[in-house]
Design a protein around this ligand. Structure first.
Ligand SMILES: [Zn+2]
Ligand SMILES: [Zn+2]
Length: 156
């Protein structure tokens, strides 16, 4: 990452704006700092994903999650795939409702089925990529759409 991208993000963040206003701040700061807005938007997205991942790690260590997890295991005391009750874990099918998961967002899996589930998706993906794919936070989608709109308008 170039120092121009870093500078532009620092300037944009000083506005403490959200959504489209933040996009505008990024765009203006990019031009002023001599950075390509596309690079700056990409870096802003990467940082947001990192923040979300950190938030999620904190959630997994919370009492709230411990309670949700216990409720799911009480509801389904066996692996939903192979039916064993050995070494049960609670898997997130989706992260969209985190930290207030619906019971249907979760799946009880034994350790082996859980490893198999992740073996399929984890091999080629980093943890951050997987999280982004499953989570796809509405806020990010909105920002992405605003960015596309703005880049189209500015290159016309
Ligand atoms: Zn199983
Ligand atoms: Zn899992």
């Amino acid at each position: 990452m170039s120092y121009q991208v870093d500078d532009a993000l620092e300037v944009a963040e000083e506005y403490e704006a959200d959504g489209l206003e933040f996009c505008e701040a990024i765009y203006r700061a990019s031009i002023n700092c001599g950075a390509d807005p596309k690079d700056v938007f990409a870096e802003a997205g990467r940082r947001r994903r990192e923040e979300l991942l950190e938030e999620h790690k904190r959630h997994l260590a919370s009492t709230e999650w411990a309670q949700t997890r216990a409720r799911k295991l009480a509801e389904c005391p066996h692996c939903e795939r192979c039916k064993t009750s050995w070494s049960l874990q609670v898997h997130h099918r989706t992260y969209v409702n985190v930290p207030r998961e619906e019971m249907s967002d979760l799946e009880v899996l034994c350790r082996l089925c859980h490893e198999e589930e992740h073996g399929r998706t984890f091999e080629k993906e980093t943890e951050a990529e997987r999280f982004t794919r499953l989570c796809n936070p509405p806020g990010n989608k909105e920002i992405a759409e605003n960015i596309r709109r703005m880049l189209r308008a500015k290159t016309r």
